[in-house]
Ligand binder design. Sequence first.
Ligand code: HEC
Ligand code: HEC
Ligand code: HEC
Length: 129
Amino acid sequence: MRLILTTILCSSIFLLAGAATTLAEGDYPEDIYYMKPVIGVVFSHQLHVEDNGMDCDSCHDGIFEMEARLAENEESFTMAGLADGEFCGACHDGDTAYDANTRCTTCHVGVIGYSRAHGLVNEEGPAHH
Ligand code: HEC
Ligand code: HEC
Ligand code: HEC
């Protein structure tokens, strides 16, 4: 009996610890970095939701699912797809927001942007160990 109770207790602590790392209802994640087809495209919730006052349902779930990097599985997650009004291109069409076919480096932070965000390099270049 005691053994069973201990097991139940341990597994519920384990479950609680697991839940603490997932996002609370209504919360959004840190910046998302896309790696496919090209490395280093950034999407910022803070910029869209806070700085530009957008509601969750302007993107979820019509344009994007609430799952980071799921869009990478779609063949149309390319500049051609965006130009057809898919994904980011639903707004970045030169009307609702600036055209995805302009200002490349706002979205494409590249290898160096990805690396900086993940502490792999500092401003001077690759980190020394
Ligand atoms: C301008 C579009 C946009 C808006 C507005 C937006 N999101 Fe997202 N959200 C995204 C994109 C893009 C992804 C990643 C989807 C993908 O890569 O397939 C995402 C993913 C998520 C995820 C999954 C995170 C993970 O780590 O898997 C959550 C949770 C989420 N959003 C919550 C929210 C909430 C809550 C709001 C409103 C406060 C919100 N989003 C508003 C575009 C948006
Ligand atoms: C529902 C509409 C919507 C979607 C979908 C959307 N955006 Fe935006 N985005 C906006 C608006 C509105 C702005 C602010 C107005 C502007 O800059 O034209 C903005 C601004 C930005 C900026 C800021 C550029 C600067 O001024 O520095 C970046 C970067 C950006 N979006 C990237 C993305 C990426 C990457 C995606 C897809 C993963 C995406 N957005 C999807 C509406 C959207
Ligand atoms: C609004 C955000 C945004 C802007 C601005 C943007 N891109 Fe992209 N780009 C994306 C996204 C999202 C993807 C798909 C995800 C990935 O490859 O990481 C992508 C993928 C690509 C790819 C690989 C897939 C393909 O279409 O061949 C190339 C090449 C590319 N972009 C070039 C450019 C160039 C050049 C510009 C400027 C003229 C530009 N992008 C501007 C968001 C943007």
